[in-house]
Ligand binder design. Structure first.
Ligand code: GAP
Length: 452
């Protein structure tokens, strides 16, 4: 198994991620998240929120997933949000033209001036536009007027609420509106596990600025977001790559975009994009809705349409990057002192899905079990904790290492005499003994968020 296969295997085996509708054969491009996956996802979102809300001028919103047709006419998605699709006339597999041209399927054979299918050598069709939005109908009648779309980005729900936020929150430039939520894209070729999927979560900020200050704020956000990946999430600098898109790759709304890419085992892939969307969206919504979406600049006493700097990140891609970054294999001594191979996820302790595991040394000794359960219950109020009493201590450590639990507490016979427990560190495997009433402060210190 290569590293990527091992990571996917571990994520599925340990309950981070499951294939969606697996008992019916799975649904391509869709994944469900298990207990540990949900905890990790929530921690990513919490760290993102904590970072941006501390600025004081960012307001939250949760808009609907389904929007009316006119919204996506205005945003330009109906006209521009497509991939070029080609289909094999023989095996009917579909490909993205840009992926074929970029060599993702190896060199493409040409016969009689026609490109051949990389899988069966059948003839490929001419490329055609394939819109990536999922369409639905709102209400019982299936007609143009009731067409609705599942949002392909959370951003549009922000733009249409621009005036509401200004009026209700008394927002003054520069300010941001942020949203975490599901987005949907009918990708032609979902692939690389959870990297390119059809239903995913975005964390987006539309940061409204004075048009004269767009470049300054673009620089600010690019630096801030790079810093978050490296300092807060602890991703090594070498694995985080900013990439400025050439003009021909820019989205229809963007004047400038820098992608933040992560070095995945399968190659570099975008985890976030920072875009200068200019006044494109507000202008278009003003044109289509006929509503006044101007901002009144009190100082200059004039109406302006702000520019927008948009940092837009994908939760699943960050999740995947964190799994890749944390995955490690090493050798540690077992109970007999012999070196044994282990798999370990070296998550930063403050975002590990489980922060502490509590074990009684023996599961059949009532005094040890009672004491451990009491510690478990107390710690559960402040930390993400599991209780585990099955198997040898060595096996229990291995299980926690595999899911990245940074601390394991064991209640043993000495605990019954002097109220001390051992705390074992996942990375060093070293154990220290501390008093039960010191556990909380010890963990609080160790689990502090590190931003520097
Ligand atoms: N509002 C801007 C926007 O949506 P994008 O670059 O298309 O920009 C932003 O998407 C982020 O959403 C990406 O950086 C990525 O993390 C995530 N994303 C986009 N498509 C995705 C997909 N098919 N599967 C998983 N994540 C995706």
């Amino acid at each position: 198994m290569n590293k990527l296969e091992k990571i996917i295997n571990l994520a599925e085996k340990r309950g981070f991620i499951y294939k969606s509708s697996e008992i019916y054969g799975g649904l391509k491009g869709f994944y469900d998240f298990g207990h540990l996956g949900v905890l990790l996802k929530n921690n990513i979102k919490k760290l993102w929120l904590k970072d941006i809300l501390s600025m004081g001028n960012i307001f939250l919103i949760e808009s609907t997933i389904i929007g009316p047709r006119v919204l996506y006419e205005a945003s330009g998605h109906l006209e521009n949000f497509y991939d070029r699709l080609v289909e094999c006339k023989n095996c009917h597999n579909r490909f993205r033209e840009d992926h074929l041209l970029e060599g993702e399927y190896g060199e493409i054979e040409i016969k009689d001036n026609k490109a051949l299918c990389p899988l069966c050598k059948g003839e490929l069709t001419e490329a055609r536009n394939f819109n990536l939005m999922f369409k639905t109908y709102i209400g019982p009648v299936e007609e143009l007027a009731s067409e609705g779309y599942l949002r392909p980005e959370t951003a549009q729900g922000i733009f249409v609420n621009f005036k509401n936020v200004i009026n209700s929150m008394r927002a003054k430039l520069p300010f941001g509106i942020a949203q975490i939520g599901k987005a949907f894209r009918n990708e032609i070729t979902p692939k690389n596990f959870i990297f390119r999927i059809r239903e995913f979560e975005q964390m987006e900020i539309e940061f409204f600025v004075n048009p004269e200050e767009d470049e300054k704020w673009f620089k600010f956000w690019l630096e801030k977001r790079l810093n978050w990946y490296i300092k807060t999430l602890g991703i090594s600098k070498e694995n985080i790559i900013p990439y400025e898109l050439p003009k021909e790759e820019l989205a229809h709304y963007s004047k400038k975009t820098v992608d933040i890419k992560y070095k995945f085992p399968f190659g570099e892939g975008e985890i976030e994009g920072i875009a200068n969307r200019t006044d494109y969206d507000l202008k278009r919504h003003m044109e289509y809705s006929k509503e006044d979406l101007f901002y009144f600049d009190q100082e200059k006493k004039e109406k302006i349409i702000p520019y927008v700097i948009e940092p837009s990140a994908g939760v699943e891609r960050i999740f995947f990057a964190l799994l890749c970054e944390a995955y490690d294999e090493d050798e540690v001594p077992n109970e007999k002192g012999e070196l044994e191979k282990r798999t370990v996820l070296r998550f930063k302790s403050y975002f590990a899905p489980i922060q502490v595991a509590v074990f009684p040394l023996l599961s059949n000794r009532k005094e040890l079990v009672e004491k451990s359960k009491k510690i478990y219950e107390t710690l559960s109020k402040d930390f993400s904790v599991v209780y585990d009493s099955s198997g040898s201590i060595g096996r229990r450590y291995r299980r926690q290492d595999e899911i990245g639990t940074p601390f394991c507490i064991t209640v043993d016979f000495q605990t019954l005499e002097d109220e001390t427990v051992t705390i074992r560190d996942r990375d060093t495997t070293q154990q220290i003994r501390i008093n039960i009433n010191e556990i909380e402060s010890y963990l609080k210190e160790k689990l502090k968020i590190c931003n520097s």
